[in-house]
Design a protein around this ligand. Structure first.
Ligand code: C2E
Ligand code: MG
Ligand code: MG
Ligand code: MG
Length: 290
């Protein structure tokens, strides 16, 4: 078996691939269980309006505390979910939880929009879009209380289909946000005519703003173009005060990042919202009834 022709190396390489595949399979079956048994949770990261200093939105970020591995990063489990078809039930779980939470915030008079991240598959299935719209109606959440974050590359993959789905969200009054903007191959000009409300400048350009002149130039260019298209601009990944000051001076509308707020529980968001508007009543923590 271990010939001088490198077959030992091939055998090693193959078993390495096998173990990666086995690991993915294992993660996938654990993830399936987590989705079915409320083993997932959501962390909400505030979006802060840089003109008023007020929280004007939150982004729902899926969290998975694995029973033996500890927290698995979304980068890892979203990838597994997308490869195995679990992204559909996972998205439904996130959307349902976020909409129930948005309904709670709406009832207590919180003036925020809740953003959920949508994967490519969702952008290819009209039924999922309709499900999201129906859920909002059911829970009496006005359209503008929901923002759908779609990455630039996902949107540009099948532009015709995506624009049909965006039109459905738009007709329901929902907000559409282009996530990780600047990393794809599109230009803002291609967004012209699409019902897009918001652009999020990728954190790759934002985090080093204070010390990288190229990143500053790119950020300024995106801002200028987005403003002329009347888009709301959010900078993600703000990690220091200098970057925050720069973005504010550049006229960026909103910001997100560890320097402002880390992702947190819905209850913690409630505390921040009550602090900025004392008329918001305290509510009991929302139970995830199935
Ligand atoms: P994203 O939508 O671009 O979300 C922003 C990510 O950046 C989050 O990571 C957030 O915790 C992180 N972040 C926020 N501020 C800072 C900062 O100042 N510095 C740094 N270094 N990072 C910051 P997270 O939660 O690990 O999520 C990673 C990605 O996974 C998300 O990127 C999103 O694409 C995806 N994701 C998360 N939840 C979901 C979900 O429910 N559905 C789908 N389809 N994708 C999700
Ligand atoms: Mg996002
Ligand atoms: Mg719209
Ligand atoms: Mg992003």
């Amino acid at each position: 078996e271990h010939g001088a022709d490198g077959s030992a190396e091939i055998a090693w390489f193959t078993s390495d691939l096998d173990s990666a595949a086995t690991e993915r399979l294992e993660l996938a079956s654990d993830l399936r269980r987590a989705i079915d048994n409320d083993g997932l949770s959501i962390a909400y990261q505030p979006k802060v309006n840089l003109k008023t200093g007020q929280i004007d939105g939150v982004e729902a970020l899926a969290r998975w505390a694995h029973p033996t591995r500890g927290y698995v990063s979304p980068a890892q489990f979203i990838d597994v979910a997308e490869r195995t078809g679990l992204i559909r039930p996972l998205t439904l779980w996130v959307v349902d939880s976020a909409i129930r939470q948005a309904a709670e915030w709406e009832k207590t008079g919180c003036d925020i929009s809740v953003a959920v991240n949508l994967s490519t598959v969702v952008m290819q299935e009209e039924s999922l879009a309709r499900h999201i719209i129906d859920r909002c109606r059911e829970h009496e959440v006005p359209g503008h209380r929901l923002t759908l974050e779609i990455t630039e590359s996902q949107m540009m993959g099948d532009l015709e289909r995506s624009s049909g789905i965006l039109a459905l969200f738009d007709a329901a009054g929902m907000r559409v946000s282009i996530d990780d903007f600047g990393t794809g191959y599109s230009s803002l000009a291609q967004l012209k005519g699409l019902p897009v409300d918001e652009v999020k400048i990728d954190r790759g350009f934002v985090t080093h703003l204070a010390r990288d002149a190229d990143d500053r130039a790119i950020t300024e260019a995106i801002l200028k173009m987005a403003k002329s298209l009347r888009l709301h601009v959010v900078a993600e990944g703000i990690e220091d005060q200098t970057s925050l000051d720069l973005l504010t001076a550049m006229g960026c509308d909103s910001g997100q990042g560890f320097h402002l707020h880390r992702p947190m529980s819905a209850e913690a968001v409630g505390v921040l919202l009550r602090r900025q508007d004392p008329s918001i009543p305290t509510v009991l923590p929302l139970r995830h009834a199935r």
